[in-house]
Design a protein around this ligand. Structure first.
Ligand code: ADP
Ligand code: MG
Length: 332
């Protein structure tokens, strides 16, 4: 290598370093102009961290850019943040902090690896009357139990988008657990969301409430119905998915930052294209599928019985169990 070549190489290294240091915002990433940046921000990718941890397909869909541009942006964000290997002990330390809330059914708890977890999003989907809201109500009560009894000694925040929250039902469940009724209701913060933007805003503004009120579980019942209403036409699907993606990101951020559980309910739609097997599918497509840590598919069986199926879990085997919705609440 002669002197000139060394000099050239030196300059190249310098340039690359300078380029890396210049990346502070998502607009600074290669291939991301102002229009794309605006689209990405709308879709929940508003920081370098969110880009660095994004999936290529999602980023290209939401930003309206090609897959290779998306990949370049992701890699540049990772380099800029000096993201690389982390000792597994760091991740393990954080995972040791995970708390679990009992559902009231030992079978269902076992299916979930011990209960509804903090640091993650648990989604239940199923038809009307399958027991999604009943489970949500039970978690509002159970989170208040001491840790030895399957709770987190904490409180609940409930975003009600369908107007189906029933304090009377909570009292019924609380009494069965030996709670004093008013005390239990005081420890549940309720917000009625009137449309999808309002729903998103309630979650964006939830931070202060979470620390002030010792919130350990945030419930959104239902996650998708307002989005379905607000983005009804065919041409609005991309916009809906962008918003839903941001909403899921916001929820996951809360789960991570405050070590709390997120529990969301989701509806199902009929899929006329499926001729064999179960023709129902959850709303929201990949955006929700990828970002839910646990998905439970609920079906009605005889009388009080319900069938719960764990779907596509990253760490637990797929499986099914039966539990009951009784007058006292969720039971085996
Ligand atoms: P969704 O999945 O639509 O949210 P829900 O969670 O509201 O459905 O479940 C409603 C069902 O829960 C009712 O059809 C009934 O079977 C059961 N349920 C609701 N309240 C009670 C109660 N007080 N006692 C026993 N079962 C109840
Ligand atoms: Mg419901």
């Amino acid at each position: 290598m002669d002197e000139n070549e060394i000099k050239e190489l030196d300059e190249e290294v310098h340039e690359k370093k300078a380029e890396k240091n210049k990346i502070k915002r998502i607009e600074d990433l290669p291939g991301i102009g102002p229009t794309t940046a605006a689209k990405l921000k709308d879709g929940g990718y508003d920081t370098l961290e969110s880009i660095a941890t994004a999936m290529t397909g999602e980023l290209s869909d939401i930003g309206g850019i090609g897959a290779s541009t998306a990949l370049k942006a992701i890699n540049a964000a990772r380099e800029a943040l000096k993201m690389g290997y982390l000792p597994a002990t760091e991740i393990y330390k954080k995972r040791l902090q995970i708390g679990k809330i009992t559902t009231g059914s030992k079978e269902l708890d076992a299916l979930l690896g011990g209960g509804v977890e903090t640091q993650g999003i648990t989604e239940t989907y199923g038809k009307f009357g399958s027991g999604k809201s009943q489970l949500a109500f039970q978690l509002c009560v159970n989170v208040q139990l001491p840790v030895e009894e399957g709770g987190l000694d904490g409180n609940a925040l409930f975003v009600d988008t369908e107007g189906t929250f029933r304090p009377e039902r909570i009292i019924q469940m609380a009494k069965a657990k030996g709670f004093e009724e008013n005390e239990v209701l005081e420890r549940i913060q309720i917000a009625r969301a009137y449309n999808s933007d309002h729903q998103m805003l309630l979650i964006e503004k939830a931070e202060d409430m979470i620390s002030e009120k010792n919130i350990k579980i945030v419930i959104v019942d239902s996650l998708t119905s307002a989005f379905r209403n607000d983005y009804a036409g065919r041409g609005t699907l991309a916009a809906r998915q962008q918003k839903l993606n941001k909403h899921m990101h916001d929820l996951q951020k809360l789960a991570d930052m405050h070590n709390i559980a997120i529990f969301v309910t989701n509806q199902v739609m009929d899929r006329p294209d499926i001729l064999f097997g179960d023709p129902t599918a959850p709303i929201g497509g990949n955006v929700i599928a990828h970002q839910s840590t646990y998905r439970i598919y609920l079906r009605k069986s005889k009388g009080e019985k319900r069938i719960a199926k764990l779907v596509d879990s990253p760490s637990l085997p797929d499986g099914e169990c039966i539990f009951k919705v009784t007058e006292e609440g969720i039971r085996d």
